[in-house]
Design a protein around this ligand. Structure first.
Ligand code: FMN
Length: 366
């Protein structure tokens, strides 16, 4: 539904937490240091990636023992890149909307309009407990996030802005300077539950969802876009994928198998227990991890399910199939980030662009 003619976009997960993107003892030539991340960001922007997404974590949940803070880390990466947009994750609760609006407007100003925000709603009760934050029930967390997003957009676009919500109230606030990006800084959100999708169909510019099959993604796209249309709102869709591109399919599958065979069983189970407080606990049971198996959870946002695992040609075809059902962006994770981002840019991306062009020609001549 509503396939965009624009080229599909690519983002990557910034490894600003330790342990890489899979909960496995397999060797990962990925590092959470600033030095590694600068090289990665520069390689990514040189290889066709338009966005980078940093993660917000306060405590270890799945072996990610060390975590750099998302907003400051995003700003530091922006300072070392030229075109990349970096999406900083912010959690309503610890952040208030006026503070976030001001902080991001300043970063926007300092980085020539390249910051974006991912409003996360929380899935890890242990983390909230550890930092002294109350833990509202699932759909209340989204009600709060929705007020947070409405507040941000109001502050970024209007003078003397007032808000009188259940979670936030403020009066006649005028932010100066406003962000450089017009009409405002882009707002992403994560989650798959009913509440997450409904929020996307009302207020978010981008909806990020966990990895899944084309068929399941198509159902989500249809659901969100038909509701958004009724709300006269437009929302773009980003899908998570753990990409394993190798010269042969056998090689790629062997890497997947080794990741799963060497899974850190204890950490995967602990993560699975925590997610049951989040995705599976949403009232309708359709949250992010509601149907995840042990193998799925080894990549903590179900990235294997998207099946971008194989040869460059197989992967390019599957990416274009996702675009065909309405996906605008692939959010990617890799085992050995820098070298695989470069391989992706050299071997997969050109095939994606070729296939997109062929499809456009076919569509025009039809
Ligand atoms: C792509 C993506 C990125 C996310 N990033 C973070 C993050 O950095 N920190 C965090 O605490 N939660 C993050 N989340 C979690 C979501 O905000 C949400 O709390 C979780 O997916 C549960 O959603 P659901 O029950 O509505 O499906 C992310 C989710 C997705 C899909």
């Amino acid at each position: 539904m509503s396939q965009s003619t624009a080229p599909i976009k690519f983002a990557y997960w910034v490894p600003n937490v330790s342990g890489g993107l899979v909960v496995s003892n397999i060797e990962q030539r990925t590092d959470w240091s600033y030095e590694y991340n600068i090289k990665l960001a520069q390689a990514a922007e040189a290889n066709g990636f338009e966005y980078a997404l940093t993660q917000i974590r306060f405590t270890a949940g799945y072996g990610a023992e060390y975590q750099h803070e998302s907003v400051s880390f995003s700003h530091a990466l922006l300072a070392k890149t030229e075109k990349l947009k970096v999406i900083a994750a912010i959690l309503p609760g610890p952040w208030k909307p006026v503070l976030a609006a001001k902080q991001l407007a300043t970063i926007d100003y300092l980085t020539q309009g390249r910051i974006a925000i991912n409003v996360v709603s929380g899935w890890f009760k242990g983390e909230f407990d550890a930092i002294g934050e109350p833990w509202p029930e699932h759909d209340q967390r989204y009600a709060r996030s929705e007020e947070f997003i409405r507040s941000l957009k109001g502050i970024w676009t209007q003078d003397n802005f007032s808000f009188d919500g259940k979670y936030y109230q403020f009066q006649n606030y005028t932010l100066k300077p406003k962000p450089l990006q017009q009409p405002h800084i882009e707002v992403f959100q994560g989650g798959s539950s009913r509440a997450a999708r409904d929020m996307a169909s009302r207020v978010s510019d981008w909806y990020f969802t966990n990895g899944n099959s084309v068929e399941e993604i198509q159902k989500q796209v249809h659901d969100i876009r038909s509701k958004a249309k009724a709300n006269q709102h437009q929302v773009k869709i980003g899908v998570n994928a753990f990409i394993i591109a190798r010269d042969t399919e056998q090689e790629a599958q062997a890497v997947l198998q080794s990741i799963i065979d060497q899974a850190n069983t204890e950490a995967v189970h602990a993560f699975g227990d925590a997610t049951r407080q989040a995705g599976a606990a949403s009232p309708e049971g359709e949250g992010n991890w509601a149907k995840s198996t042990f193998e799925d959870l080894v990549q903590y946002n179900d990235g294997f399910k998207t099946n971008l695992i194989g040869t460059p040609q197989q992967i390019a075809e599957r990416i274009v199939a996702l675009k065909h059902v309405g996906v605008d962006l692939i959010l990617s994770g890799f085992l050995h980030f820098i070298e695989e981002v470069e391989y992706f840019g050299q071997h997969v991306l050109p095939l994606v662009r070729e296939l997109e062009q062929q499809q456009e020609i076919t569509a025009k001549s039809a």
